[in-house]
Design a protein around this ligand. Structure first.
Ligand code: ADP
Length: 193
């Protein structure tokens, strides 16, 4: 199982990705979590990333590419993974394609890895803002939230077309109870994996 979770901030990617990863016993790789841990640990990378995160901007692609490359080379990633928050730009997606060719994973014979699927969890903006404001993470103030949504629509949403054109897209309505969304994801992703 190789799954990319897309969707705007507050769509419930993290929650759903974590649940499914536990169920399928594969790692849940959240670039947001990795970056926040780097900020807390005050690593060089964390220090570079913090200002972008606090402003609701994307952290530069090069930093993310290093993080993901390192994480994908860990032994537990060989059996599969759920990526949450990456790729977030077309440049990151292109990089990731190349990386997968190099790393190779169990069950994948060639570079074009057809096993990958990209889930898009969509939720309307007004619902997202309400959800994020009640979550209260450090970067969850109204101004930053609006900026993150804008950045999402501009830089990340084009990936929906990218994966759709490759017939790897699974679209799920995220504006429903958590359990309903989980059940639909399980149904949509089981069977042909
Ligand atoms: P959200 O829950 O709002 O979708 P995340 O926890 O995934 O947010 O990420 C928090 C912040 O970390 C983002 O606003 C961004 O600054 C940074 N970030 C995470 N993943 C990436 C990425 N793939 N590319 C660039 N920046 C990222």
């Amino acid at each position: 199982m190789q799954l990319i979770f897309m969707g705007p901030p507050g769509a419930g990617k993290g929650t759903q990705a974590q649940l499914l990863a536990a169920l399928w016993k594969i790692p849940h790789i959240s670039t947001g979590d990795i970056l926040r841990a780097c900020v807390v640990a005050k690593t060089a990378l964390g220090q570079k990333a913090k200002a972008y995160m606090d402003a609701g901007e994307l952290v530069p692609d090069e930093l993310l590419m290093d993080i993901v490359q390192e994480r994908m080379n860990e032994p537990d990633a060989r059996a599969g993974w759920i990526l949450d928050g990456f790729p977030r730009t077309v440049a990151q997606a292109a990089f990731f394609d190349k990386l997968l060719c190099e790393v190779g994973t169990e069950g994948s014979q060639s570079g074009k890895d057809c096993a990958i699927r990209a889930v898009n969890l969509d939720v309307p903006d007004n619902v997202l803002v309400t959800r994020l404001l009640s979550r209260g993470r450090q970067d969850d103030n109204e101004e930053t939230i609006r900026r993150r949504l804008q950045v999402y629509r501009e830089q990340t949403e084009p990936l929906i077309e990218f994966y759709s054109a490759r017939e790897q897209l699974v679209a799920v309505d995220g504006d429903r109870d958590m359990e309903v969304v989980t059940a639909e994801l399980q149904q949509a992703l089981s069977g042909d994996s």
